[in-house]
Each structure stands twice: as C-alpha cells, then as structure tokens.
Design a protein around this ligand. Sequence first.
Ligand SMILES: N[C@@H](CCC(=O)N[C@@H](CS)C(=O)NCC(=O)O)C(=O)O
Length: 200
Amino acid sequence: MPMILHHSPASPFVRKVMAAAIARGIDGQITPVATNPHVSPDELLAVNPLSKIPCLVLEDGTGVFDSAVICDMLDRMGDAPPLIPATGAPRTAVLVREALADGIMDAAVMRRGFVGQPMDEVRTRTDARQKAVVQRGLAALDHAPPAGLADLGAIAVACALGYLDFRFPHEPWREAHPALAAWFASVSALPPIAKTQPPA
Ligand SMILES: N[C@@H](CCC(=O)N[C@@H](CS)C(=O)NCC(=O)O)C(=O)O
C-alpha cells in the first residue's frame, strides 16, 4: 500500500510537503487524496483528530502530521541531499525560517477563514492583528531572503508567498519587499514550486 497524503491544492501547508517531496525526488511514493478538512471526514479523523491537512498516512495506517513533522520524515527517505541540515546553527536557521513562513501561512489562513463573515469588531481586530503578523514576517524575510531553494526554510517561504498571491492578490507585497520579490521570481519556475501551483 503506498503512502497517501490528505491533500488540497489550495493549502500552503500541503504545498510545502509536496514541494519538499518533489525537491527530494520522492513525490512518486505519495498518493494525494483530495480531502476537505473543514467537514472533518471520517477518513481524516481516523488518522488526525485535529482534522487538519496535510496528514500523511503510512503503509501501516499511521497518521503523520503536521507539515513540519511530515517534512522531517520525508527528509530521511531516499538518497537526495537533505533539506534540513543535520545539526547545529545551520539546522536551527532553516527550522526558524520554516517556522516564520509557517506563521505567515497560519495568519493568512486565519484571515481567509473570516471571508464571508460580517466585519464586526472581533473580525476587524483579528484581521488587523493577523495582517500585521504577515507584514512583520514579510519585512523580516525581505531583510534576509533565502538563497536558492535548497532547504526547507526556502521552500516554506515560497509556499507562504504563493499563498498570499493566491488568496490576497488585492494586497500586493512585492513593491515594498523588493529583495524578497526578486528571490521569489528566481525560484518560481523550479519544479518544486512550479509543479505545486495552487489552482487558478
Ligand atoms: N500547523 C499545521 C497547519 C495545517 C493547517 O492549518 N491546515 C489547514 C488547511 S490550510 C486545515 O486543515 N484547516 C482545517 C481546520 O482548521 O479545521 C501544519 O503545519 O500542518
């Protein structure tokens, strides 16, 4: 039985996992299964009580989540160079950049979850707070953008930026973050990013 991945092409966290698998040449070992976590299907709850995607289901039926844990597991499979350095300061730097990108995704996904709700006081306050998280994250990344796409931190940043383009095209970020924009342009055609574009 192959590994399956509870998947949606719109999820930036799913995209990070698939991009990491492509970068390491092991995406063929993963079968994506379309799953809507918001309706909590039994198949997802059976492997992830949090009802979140991505969730990788191993050959023995074990559920592996969240995206950082899945990527860590995938990094130990196959023979390609790892995306996470083994030890020390380089490892910490990659994982911190991944955490920063994940935080931007979390904030943007939360903002997106309010779409269609009345713009009441709670939504207004939450949206402003999460928007500020994204803006501070972008500023930090523009100050120190990744180099290339050789590690998991860079892959996560590309997925976060892709999600902003996908869900918030009316909030352009490139002009205020030229170094980050130049880096994103330089990696967008590489297979891990090009092959995992969210739907148009
Ligand atoms: N920290 C988790 C976040 C995953 C996440 O938030 N996934 C969203 C889709 S983008 C989800 O499944 N949401 C369903 C829900 O919150 O009910 C990870 O890195 O995998």
